[in-house]
Design a protein around this ligand. Structure first.
Ligand code: SF4
Ligand code: SF4
Length: 87
């Protein structure tokens, strides 16, 4: 039997254009990925509740929408993500 997926209900939010989901200037800490440590396992990409982590040859974070929650840092198996204070 062929499985069919209804992507209308796929449980991943996708940031869209517009100011509604943007972080603004209230984020206190932000995640920074160490390219040297990252093994590209995609765990951060899968768990980010804002879907602001992208993979395009390498893993990167869209800081326009990142809320600084730290989920990505906590799930990274090699501790490649550090949460650093905003300047
Ligand atoms: S800090 Fe939170 S919102 Fe920002 S990239 Fe990590 S998991 Fe996503
Ligand atoms: S979870 Fe860590 S090792 Fe895996 S892709 Fe993200 S930053 Fe890289």
């Amino acid at each position: 039997m062929k499985l069919q997926y209804d992507y209308q209900y796929f449980p991943i939010s996708i940031p869209d254009k517009g100011a509604g989901g943007k972080t603004g200037n209230w984020r206190v800490v932000k995640p920074v990925i160490s390219k040297e440590k990252c093994i590209q396992c995609k765990a951060c990409y899968l768990w980010c509740p804002e879907s602001t982590i992208h993979i395009d040859n390498e893993v990167y974070i869209d800081y326009e929408y990142c809320k600084g929650c730290g989920v990505c840092a906590s799930v990274c198996p090699v501790k490649a993500i550090s949460m650093v204070m905003e300047q």
